[in-house]
Design a protein around this ligand. Structure first.
Ligand code: GLY
Ligand code: MN
Ligand code: MN
Length: 455
């Protein structure tokens, strides 16, 4: 992103200003320290594809490894300093171009930049005579050790009149609350990420036919995501044929896609750091059986019920409760739950009888991380347990009910191995939520039509 002229310096600068304001509110002044992710070794001279740390990227837009952001915040000023990899022709010949500390201030809109080799000299200086540090409390062992060394160095100068910070605050508490509410720039990226993921799902549905294997459909997803500009998948794609759909974290493997079975695909892409997360379930041969359709319609009705309460005035739990009621009623109607044994819908919910067929929650926050950051409970609150978070404009969450029916002697065989989940990405607005992933069809008739008219 930094190579493009439209790198949005202003957006990152305004996020840093908001962060600085939170630092002042908590402690009057302080030093923020936040590093990006390390490169991860895969095997013999080969790394996993590099992915920056989401919090670091949220505040800088900088995508290179080996970088740390430091902000020195006073009552009235905020100085932003980046430590990054120095220019190094030898390394750049092997690993690629580096921005370097000379170009970083102008490119990124920060005040100063130094080579990361300078950090152990500079940090003790920057931490001297400061009241508070705002850093990650759950640092890696290496980062924790580094912070202790910087503080020891400041400590060694106390007789020369220097003071050490007295307080350590968790930077994540502040940044994660900011990230929970998406700004316009993020919302546009998430819409785009949802559109690309939807195109991948459409391509996979159109490619589906008995005799192919799960990885053939995964290949269509990957090809579409990458050819439309997404950098990566947002998580390992689930492509699950038949009984595999009842394994919640099944990875696309080499299982055959069989005539008459369903295929569940849970896949999303990552575009400039922003995830989409979509699930669709469709018949491998393009035609739902009546048992498959009956279960599908319940899951879809559950999703619609959840969508209708994904708006201000409701809390995070409301979509789950709404979906659960429809699913449990549906399980009773289909005879998958026996009324005589579990009682009515309220009792089946109370006793968790539904859990045999619906064992996960309906929603999670979505953003830079697929299971995005942000508290799910209101805080601070004197109440125990703390109430669920109220839904507010510009939050983004998934809505993903499902029903999973494993083969069992007490279940009508026509339902065996049916696993259905439908998942969309919802932006909370002042009115009805906006579904950012609905370019891929969801109604039975639309899916059957699409699969019949593959291009
Ligand atoms: N794809 C991960 C999830 O749906 O939560
Ligand atoms: Mn999800
Ligand atoms: Mn998903």
């Amino acid at each position: 992103m930094i190579h493009t002229p439209e790198f949005p310096k202003q957006i990152y600068a305004s996020r840093r200003l908001r962060l600085a304001q939170s630092v002042r509110e908590k402690s009057g002044s302080g030093v923020v320290i936040i590093g990006t992710a390390s490169e991860k070794y895969r095997n013999r001279d080969s790394d996993f594809p590099y992915r920056f740390d989401s919090d670091f990227h949220y505040l800088t837009g900088f995508t290179e490894p080996g970088a740390t952001l430091v902000m020195v915040v006073t009552k009235s000023t905020c100085e932003t300093i980046l430590f990054c990899r120095p220019k190094d022709l030898d390394r750049e010949i092997w690993d690629g171009w580096r921005l370097g500390p000379e170009a970083a201030p102008n490119h990124l809109g920060i005040d100063q930049a130094y080579a990361n080799t300078e950090i152990d000299n500079k940090l003790p200086e920057l931490l001297s005579n400061q009241d508070a540090i705002f850093a990650r409390l759950n640092n890696s062992q290496e980062q924790g050790q580094q912070l202790r060394q910087w503080l020891e160095k400041v400590q060694s100068h106390v007789r020369a009149g220097m003071t050490t910070p007295e307080a350590l605050f968790d930077i994540e508490t502040i940044v994660h609350e900011m990230r929970l509410f998406k700004d316009d720039y993020e919302i546009n990226l998430m819409r785009e990420s949802g559109k690309i993921a939807a195109r991948g799902h459409i391509k996979a549905m159109q490619t589906s036919q008995p005799g192919l294997r799960e990885y053939h459909l995964e290949a269509e997803l990957l090809h579409t995501f990458r050819s439309l500009g997404a950098e990566s998948v947002a998580y390992n794609s689930i492509v699950a044929g038949g009984a595999n759909a009842c394994v919640l974290h099944h990875r696309a493997g080499d299982a055959l896609l069989n005539d008459g079975d369903l295929c569940l695909i849970d896949a999303g892409c990552e575009l400039h750091g922003y995830a989409s997360d979509i699930t669709r379930t469709f018949p491998i041969n393009g035609q739902f059986s009546s048992a498959q359709k009956a279960v599908y319609e319940i899951v879809l009705a559950a999703q619609e019920a959840a969508i209708s309460v994904t708006k201000p005035g409701y809390d995070f739990q409301a979509p789950h409760d709404a979906a659960l009621k429809v699913i449990t009623q549906g399980l009773l109607d289909l005879g998958l739950l026996d009324k005589k044994v579990v009682g009515g819908v309220d009792n089946a919910i109370e006793t968790k009888a539904f859990q045999r067929f619906y064992m996960h929650r309906t929603s999670h926050w979505l953003g830079m991380d697929v299971h995005d950051v942000g508290q799910y409970r209101e805080t601070p609150s004197a109440l125990t347990p703390k109430p669920w978070r109220n839904l507010k404009e510009n939050m983004v969450l998934t809505i993903e009910p499902g029903i999973y029916i494993r083969k069992s002697d007490d279940i009508d065989p026509k339902f065996w191995d049916i696993g259905i989940r439908i998942e969309d990405d919802a932006l909370v607005t002042s009115g009805e939520c906006e579904l950012m992933s609905r370019d891929v069809p969801v109604q039975v008739s639309e899916i059957e039509y699409l699969m019949k008219h593959s291009s």
